[in-house]
Design a protein around this ligand. Structure first.
Ligand code: ACO
Length: 330
């Protein structure tokens, strides 16, 4: 059976670091509260004019992934981007990346699935590879959440950050590769996390808060409970599908929304925290980008070896969730 295999990873984050201490001067919060309730110490924020737009970051992460893979952009058949913060409503971020990379053979499109955008995109690419309609795919998770953040809402602005990660996926008939992806969704809970304006129903309201747009609305504590149960259930389903136990997981790379959520899920799955990758301390929640950034960092830190089982698991707006078991290839 043909399936996808990851042969290169790449990531990038903006230069500007926004620390918890700086946030103390913007909203009524403290470094102590943010660290204790979320695990976040700092996050990266894109600056205009520095090549840090969503599509710029997506392109940079992709170049790094392609370089690692030793694959030229001209050989790509597909570019799929998971994002909820595209440069523009249209065209897609993927089209800008296709242009920047000169990937003239590739079809390109975005997938909107909240923080689960990367795993949803990976699933689309893997299915295309399995059917033979695509050989080389580039899968990206990227967000510029700072562009939709209400900097007067302390319950959300302390959580979010910007960044991008990418993987190159090619076909394999061997044992390694992306063994499966498992996705879920429940639109009944859309109102736990949503964008308040900027769509066709409510076009962007520029004067909502003193001339500044604000879009992201979140009901944190209800989302917290949903996140723990959805992440745990989909991770268990993915492991069961392959008759794997938590002992078979070399590294779990979860969506980085809150360290307390990650610890609760790890405990429920009986995976000790020394086999759970976290970088939320440095980047906060970068939505679709958290998993590919973490995967790239773990890979470049030498934490992954050929044959290791890596469990990717995510949750986000929609509500959406997903998990994937990857038998690492290199
Ligand atoms: N600084 C200081 N105090 C704060 C802050 C802040 N930044 N934010 C909220 N508070 C206060 C609240 O006002 C409240 O005060 P009160 O008790 O006087 O009313 C108190 O802290 C507790 O607020 P809660 O919302 O109950 O705090 P909680 O422990 O639930 O933590 C948080 C909030 C961090 C948002 C948490 O609920 C969370 O992480 N939720 C899940 C988010 C999530 O899963 N996201 C995943 C998908 S979304 C995505 O990835 C983009």
């Amino acid at each position: 059976m043909i399936k996808g295999r990851i042969v290169g990873t790449g990531s990038t984050t903006p230069k500007r670091i926004l620390t918890n201490k700086e946030l103390e001067t913007i909203v009524d919060t403290t470094d102590e509260w943010i660290t204790r309730r979320t695990g976040i110490k700092e996050r990266r924020i894109s600056s205009d004019g520095r090549g840090e737009n969503t599509s710029d970051m997506a392109t940079m992460a992709s170049l790094r992934a392609l370089e690692m893979a030793g694959i030229s952009a001209e050989t790509l058949d597909m570019i799929v981007v998971g994002t909820v913060t595209p440069d523009r409503q249209f065209p897609s971020v993927a089209c800008f990346v296709q242009k920047a990379l000169k990937a003239s053979k590739a079809v390109a499109f975005d997938v909107s699935a909240g923080c689960s955008g990367f795993l949803y995109s990976l699933s689309v690419a893997c299915n295309a590879i399995a059917t033979g309609s695509c050989k080389n795919a580039l899968v990206i998770g990227v967000e510029r959440l700072s562009s939709v953040t209400n900097w007067e809402d302390r319950s959300t602005c302390v959580l979010l950050g910007d960044g991008a990660g990418a993987v190159v996926v090619t076909p394999t008939a061997d044992r390694d590769g992306i063994l499966s992806t498992h996705l879920g969704c429940d639109g009944n809970f859309w109102n736990l996390l949503y964008s308040s304006d900027g769509g066709s129903k409510i076009p962007e309201i520029l004067d909502t808060v003193e001339g500044k747009p604000f879009h992201l609305k979140m009901e944190g504590s209800r989302l917290f409970k949903k996140a723990v149960s959805s992440l745990t259930n989909i991770a268990e389903a993915a492991l069961k599908h392959h008759s794997l136990s938590s002992a078979d997981v070399k590294l779990m790379i979860p969506h980085q929304a809150n360290l307390r959520i990650i610890k609760a899920v790890a405990e429920k799955l009986s995976i000790p925290m020394d086999r759970v990758y976290t970088n939320i301390q440095k980047y906060g929640n970068t939505s679709s980008a958290t998993i590919p950034i973490a995967l790239d960092e773990a890979n470049r830190e030498g934490l992954l070896r050929a044959g290791d089982n890596v469990l990717l698991v995510t949750f986000g707006a929609g509500l959406t969730w997903g998990a994937s078991v990857v038998n690492w290839s290199f």
